[in-house]
Design a protein around this ligand. Sequence first.
Ligand SMILES: Nc1nc2c(ncn2[C@@H]2O[C@H](COP(=O)(O)OP(=O)(O)OP(=O)(O)O)[C@@H](O)[C@H]2O)c(=O)[nH]1
Ligand SMILES: [Mg+2]
Length: 237
Amino acid sequence: MPLFQQAVFHTTVAELTDLPVDAQCEVAFGGRSNAGKSSALNTLANHSRLAFVSKTPGRTQHLNYFRLADGKYFVDLPGYGFAKVPEDVRGQWDGLIAPYLRQREALRGLVLIMDSRHPLTELDLQMLGWFAPTGKPIHILLSKADKLSRQQQLLVLRDVRSGLRELGGNCTVQLFSSLKKSGVPEAEAVLANWLGLAVREERPPPTALATARKARQKPRGTVGWSARTARGVGRAR
Ligand SMILES: Nc1nc2c(ncn2[C@@H]2O[C@H](COP(=O)(O)OP(=O)(O)OP(=O)(O)O)[C@@H](O)[C@H]2O)c(=O)[nH]1
Ligand SMILES: [Mg+2]
């Protein structure tokens, strides 16, 4: 079962005083409006409509909490950079989102979603520079990767990595597509680590399955896949 499949909507927070008091570990999903935050959250939870996916940028305007387990939450943040947001929504950023990101003790890290076709925009750089002083990790999902060819994907990944190296800070990055559901295990591994949850066991790829089936058919005493692999365990990579 996908690691975050237990996720259920918990609450919407419009005021700092309403933040859940039982939270021990939470991970926030941030990024530009329309970058695919809510979609990424749905994909990780293997749920099509857990977080509201919007055709109108800027629709998620509060902190939406999704409960994963006791005291553990995903938090869907409002997007930034949508020019037509009304003034009171901008005020909400200063009054709610900014202090939340800077001061929330239970916050273990930020998942920053960037459209893989337009990564590291001015606003993303501001967000990175602004969150970095917390010392907490940032994991970047280069979203909508399905819109790029494989070659473009590798190029953008390389460019963003080198851009981040220049910036310094505690950042990791990967490709992600909610449409194709790609990049899920990689993201799960990072988030499970932040949240102190056990990573689900990877299903072996089909080739390994076929090999395992063959190995089971071999008479006892023959050297199988696991025995050969075990000899390599512990070797420096
Ligand atoms: N092709 C493709 N489209 C995507 C992907 N992820 C999101 N979208 C589309 O992008 C649009 C915005 O997605 P949302 O998940 O609502 O984005 P958001 O960042 O939560 O947006 P706001 O909450 O409004 O800031 C929707 O039309 C999604 O269907 C993806 O992986 N591939
Ligand atoms: Mg959203």
